[in-house]
Design a protein around this ligand. Structure first.
Ligand code: GLU
Length: 318
């Protein structure tokens, strides 16, 4: 696919960056305070970066305006600082990169890789949010004459026309990741009917341009990976490696969720825990240290080997 030259140059420089050393990122959405599970994933990805002498970048996934909560980003940054999880370089905001995403979208559209879709979300129960139900779109609008304007006051969403075949990626601690494009992923929405750039598009572009060599994130996002790999493949780029790490589950086996107000640092602090106690508790839940340990994030990093951090991400363990 022919991309504008400046975009080609940006993608090439992202791939070069990727080749220069280990870079990972933590990418919270500012929809509420981080809970214990998010903090544990943040700690794990931070440990990976520090133990490998790499970079830990912080990206705020704040494209979906109505879902953002006032003050949530400041609280997230404060929590990370309080725990001693220091990030490299400036905080990246997806909301500041809308122009970039729009350039990619129009290049994909001009190249005939997208089509307008007028199926309502309700009809399909199909959402592009990271934790939404990932229904496979049945392709109703795929072969309709492409009309991109408004109809009955509604603009279409923009879908990526997926090629047949399996989308593969390297998954650490497990077999190679893969999802069949048409059967398991479907033609994904890259721009929603309300004009919001979809999570899959923004995330795929950012992993490429930020030079991410390995994405470390919760295993609830494993099913989103095929769609992101598809976007990267359309742009002619190989995906980074992925490590989808086990989520912290409650005693009933349910994953903790921001929406249900799973306990964050505020709650832990109100129970009198200081940062070394919280780091000890997060690390103990990963069996990296004995329960009741107290230590700073730096002390934890210097006491561990990369093998120990890798072992605690084994999908067979919880
Ligand atoms: N922003 C997404 C979330 O908070 C995570 C994105 C990702 O790690 O790919 O769930």
């Amino acid at each position: 696919m022919r991309l504008p030259l400046h975009l080609q140059a940006q993608l090439a420089s992202g791939l070069r960056l990727r080749g220069q050393g280990y870079t990972t990122r933590f990418a919270p959405s500012p929809t509420g305070p981080l809970h214990r599970g998010n903090l544990r994933t943040a700690l794990l990805s931070w440990l990976e970066a520090r133990l490998r002498g790499g970079q830990w970048l912080l990206r705020i996934d704040d494209l979906d305006g109505p879902r953002n909560r006032p003050g949530a980003e400041a609280a997230i940054l404060n929590d990370l600082r309080w725990l001693g999880l220091d990030w490299d370089g400036p905080v990246v905001h997806q909301s500041a990169r809308r122009g970039l995403y729009a350039t990619v979208l129009s290049a994909l559209r001009q190249a005939g890789r997208l089509y307008p879709c007028r199926c309502s979300r309700r009809l399909l129960a199909d959402v592009s949010a990271p934790h939404g139900a990932l229904a496979v779109y049945p392709g109703y609008c795929r072969d309709r004459a492409p009309f991109w304007g408004a109809q009955a006051g509604r603009l279409p969403s923009w879908r990526l026309r997926l090629e047949p075949g399996v989308l593969r990626w390297q998954e650490r601690g497990g077999p190679c990741g893969g999802q069949d494009g048409p059967a398991a992923v479907g033609d994904v929405v890259l721009r929603r009917a309300d004009g919001v750039v979809a999570y899959h598009l923004a995330t795929a572009i950012d992993e490429l341009l930020m030079g991410i060599s390995e994405v470390v994130r919760g295993d609830d996002l494993w099913p989103s990976t095929g769609a992101q790999v598809a976007v990267m493949a359309t742009l002619g780029c190989p995906p980074p490696a992925y490590a989808h790490v086990p989520l912290w589950r409650d005693s009933r086996g349910e994953r903790l969720s921001k929406r249900e107000g799973a306990e964050g640092l505020a709650g832990l602090r109100s129970r009198g825990m200081d940062a070394p106690a919280v780091i000890g508790c997060l690390a103990a839940s990963l069996e990296l240290v004995p329960p009741g340990s107290r230590l700073s994030a730096r002390e934890l990093a210097s006491s561990l080997s990369p093998e120990a951090v890798k072992a605690c991400q084994d999908p067979q363990r919880t």
